[in-house]
Design a binder for this molecule. Structure first.
Ligand code: 5GP
Length: 178
């Protein structure tokens, strides 16, 4: 299968992403310095943001991976969250940093928050690179947000369209969908 050729416009440059990742990393370092934390990467979309972010957090970190899918390949959320990979270790009594790529309707983040809270962590801090405030359908507590963006479909830096475009080093808006 070939990737559908999308007409892309750079929306958030590599340089801006780097600066924002550094800023959030510094803030998390200030919050957690001297403590042990578990950073949870929400797969698949946040793997690039996660790997850049954890390198900016200067404290003892272990990494966990939580696989969920809600889009099923298209461009609008199904509203249904399916777990594709559960955490490999318990997070009870630990400081958890949950790292998402994008919050759209908020349903996935809400689901993840409940799923982690039910495992009794010492604390839960939520981080998302992108937030679409106009698309929010449920109240969603986000502790750190990289960029607030308009309600349009974006790809790149981990975010896909039908599985492709995750390897773009920047975030792009798609001009020619439908
Ligand atoms: P929510 O549950 O907040 O509606 O959706 C969250 C998930 O939908 C994200 O983790 C991401 O996988 C996907 N998503 C939401 N908006 C976009 C977008 O603009 N582009 C891409 N590629 N995925 C999105």
């Amino acid at each position: 299968m070939n990737a559908k050729t999308l007409d892309l416009k750079v929306y958030i440059s590599e340089e801006k992403i780097k600066q924002t990742v550094e800023r959030i990393g510094k803030e998390l370092t200030t919050k957690f310095k001297g403590k042990k934390v578990v950073a949870v990467c929400v797969l698949k979309g946040s793997f690039l943001f996660f790997s850049d972010l954890i390198r900016q957090i200067d404290t003892d970190i272990t990494c966990e991976f939580f696989g969920v899918s809600s889009y099923h390949g298209g461009t609008s959320s199904s509203g249904e969250v399916k777990v594709t990979l559960d955490l490999a270790s318990p997070v009870e009594g630990q400081h958890v940093i949950l790292v998402e790529d994008i919050v759209d309707t908020g349903l996935t983040m809400n689901y993840l928050r409940k799923a982690i809270e039910s495992r009794s962590p010492a604390s839960l801090t939520t981080v998302t690179l992108l937030e679409k405030p106009d698309a929010l359908k449920v109240p969603c507590q986000l502790d750190y947000v990289g960029f607030k963006i308009t309600n349009e479909f974006v790809v790149g830096y981990g975010l896909d369209y039908e599985g492709f475009y995750r390897n773009l080093p920047y975030i792009a808006q798609v001009q020619n969908l439908q």
